[in-house]
Design a protein. Sequence first.
Length: 278
Amino acid sequence: MASDPLNPLGTYLRDRRTRLDPAAFGFSKGRRRTPGLRREEVAIRANISPTWYTWLEQGRGGAPSPDVLDRIAKGLMLTESEREHIYMLGLGRPPEARYQLVDGISPRLQRVLDGMVLSPAIVKTAMWDVVGWNRAAAVLLTDYAKLPREGRNILRLMFGSDRVRTRNADFDKMARFVVGAFRADVARAGAISSAEVTDLVAELSRLSPAFEALWHDNDVISHGEGTKRIYHPDAGLLAMDFSSFAVEGRPELGMIVYNPASVDDAERLCALLDEGEG
């Protein structure tokens, strides 16, 4: 199908429509001049006016509303990536994030973590629940496998564990960073007003006056990069540079990778990992 550079949304919708099997949606195949669903059939499935849908494919009638795009995405059974694409074509922006609770990560992503043998790395949710980690992270940071699921939350660990607090050499700085980044994460994931966030903030505020004060400061901080200094009972003080990465297609997940800040830090981390294998 020829693409219309002046109407990319209409071209894309026509392409998706003609790929669908009418029988799979309960429509009679009958005699059809073109493959796929008819425009009025898409309109029925999307619960919008057939005239409006026709205009949309023809590039008439102005920009569609988010509600219309969501209805069309459902009617055409678009994937989440395809739904985001029609938002970009129709409105020039992605849709608002839909927050999803996460229990774990894919085996493929776990293999990525495991491949970073000398770099402690974790995958966390917008709620700052750790859902993936490698052996280096378990040795240097926390062995998350020994914690119950609710105990793997970085905020609960920072503000509820004296052991974690004393191991952070720059606790006040890191605490402000984590709370500000948490606020940005849940807003980006569309969860800032969710019951899960409200309950967690209330719990942490009861647990820690320090968290409550930082939360009321309303700071918003980007992950980016930085340096974390960690007291380890066997290796002593280690300086670890960290970098944050998004997980493509998973706005509710983020990856944090740590690397030794100096040659000396690298040698002591390697010794610590070697000792853990013994």
